[in-house]
Ligand binder design. Structure first.
Ligand code: GLV
Ligand code: MN
Ligand code: MN
Length: 431
């Protein structure tokens, strides 16, 4: 006998807590950088949970984990999920929230004895964050054929290891070819990671598209010399040049205005000693704009500035692209579907673009895709204090989960609702 599927809040909350014990940081938040031992422990747990629910688990050659819940074999599946890796100082929800809410949706369907017409494919993509190995969204990019397996395996991370070595070491080079399932549609539930929904008192964002993004690694070579004896006008100081670049990037974004963003998030100096003028500096520039022509303009201005700086500071500057993605617009019927479903459920919703990159932007090359955002307290993410408040009190009676035949994603929307309510924990204190 079948009943109405119900999301089990306690089960979902327990899973979030249990999972987040992996890579937990002392003051709160998590570190599960891609392909580390912590990432492996998270993968092992997810695979176990998927199998416990009867999902057929497949690992592909880039380590993406896909758990399929059966439906009609002649129909392509509806795919949904996100990622379980984090940045080095990550929060409890970025990525994991979407994967565990998807797991709970499968569990609720199982409990109710419900079959769906289309198979459901829950996915956790490899290395979404890109903090250790650029580019971000590597697993989904390989899945859609945007990066070859060999090129992905050869990527060297910030600690010197390569993707191929680390994937083998943790035992997640699967046999399936990336792209082995061609989905009917892809849906990703995620925290907003920005302040818009919270500031407008809304609970659901229907994501229209993803910003364009350009990551560049800049290497500066100057000359080491004695900090006490070298006259200021005779220095070739790589640290000073790095500082100039950081300030330029901020001024560039401010002067362009609009949605232009600019960040220098990483600077390393050599030899990094108090009384030695820096010989070398390595830094990264992250430029983003939802308008491709404006993003190109920002890249041009940065390149011009680096040429002038090299001449003025008597240093050599070289650059290497780490990631470059044009803006992506999601399929309008998918975005409308989120809005309509939110309305049906009485959840205040608006359309908005994403300034963060996501696996959905890669999956949009393969099938209609979009994302559901829920609010982030203070707009914080990539921060251990990342938090999503329980502003929706769950109305848990799921009277009707419609067949998961596109365009009906009500079960996932209800999983969103449930997870919101499940996030009762206050943000961790600063340490
Ligand atoms: C991915 O997390 C990004 O940097 O937007
Ligand atoms: Mn994410
Ligand atoms: Mn992230």
């Amino acid at each position: 006998m079948t009943t109405s599927p119900r999301i089990d809040l306690d089960r979902l909350l327990r899973r979030l807590d249990t999972f987040n014990q992996i890579g937990a940081l002392p003051g709160g938040g998590n570190c599960r950088l891609a392909l580390t031992d912590e990432d492996r422990a998270g993968r092992d747990l997810l695979v176990r949970w998927m199998r416990d629910l009867g999902l057929i688990v497949t690992i592909d050659a880039i380590g993406n984990i896909v758990g399929v819940r059966g439906g009609r074999e002649d129909l392509p599946p509806v795919m949904f999920g996100s990622h379980i890796d984090t940045v080095g100082t990550g929060g409890r929800y970025d990525g994991l929230y979407g994967v565990l809410a998807g797991l709970e949706a499968c569990a609720a369907l199982n409990d109710a004895g419900r079959a769906t017409r289309r198979p459901l494919a829950l996915v956790a993509f490899t290395n979404e964050e890109g903090s250790r190995f650029p580019p971000y969204a590597m697993g989904s990019l390989v899945y859609v054929g945007g990066l070859s397996l060999d090129d992905a395996y050869a990527v060297r991370g910030i600690d010197g290891a390569t993707v191929g070595e680390e994937l083998r070491r943790i035992g997640y080079v699967g046999e399936a070819s990336p792209g082995f399932l061609s989905p009917h549609a892809y849906l990703e539930l995620h925290i907003e990671q920005g302040p818009v929904l919270e500031s407008e008192g809304l609970v659901i964002g229907a994501v229209e598209g993803i910003t364009g993004l350009s990551w560049t690694e800049v290497s500066i070579t100057g000359r080491s010399a004695h900090a006490g004896t070298t006259p200021m006008h005779l220095r070739r100081d790589a640290a000073c040049a790095a500082g100039e670049i950081a300030l330029f990037v901020r001024r560039l974004a401010q002067s362009m205005g609009g949605h232009q963003k600019g960040t220098v998030g990483r600077i390393e100096l050599y030899p990094n000693l108090v009384n030695v003028i820096a010989e070398r500096a390595l830094l990264t520039v992250d430029l983003r704009n939802p308008d491709e022509s404006l993003l190109q303009e920002a890249e041009r201005q940065l390149a011009g500035f680096l040429d002038r700086l090299a001449a003025e500071e008597q240093v050599a500057i070289t650059t290497r692209s780490l990631a470059r993605f044009a803006p992506v617009a999601f399929a309008t019927e998918m975005v409308s579907l989120i809005e309509t479903t939110a309305r049906e459920l009485g959840l205040a919703c608006r359309r908005l673009p994403s300034g963060a990159g996501h696996d959905a932007q890669m999956m949009a090359r393969l099938c209609p895709a979009t994302m559901i955002f829920v609010p982030s307290v203070d707009g914080l993410s990539h921060n251990v204090r990342e938090y999503t408040s329980p502003r929706i009190v769950a109305r848990m009676s799921v009277s009707e989960i419609r067949d998961c035949h596109f365009p009906h994603f009500a079960s996932l929307m209800r999983a969103t609702q449930a997870t919101e309510a499940a996030q009762r924990q206050p943000p961790p204190p600063f340490t």
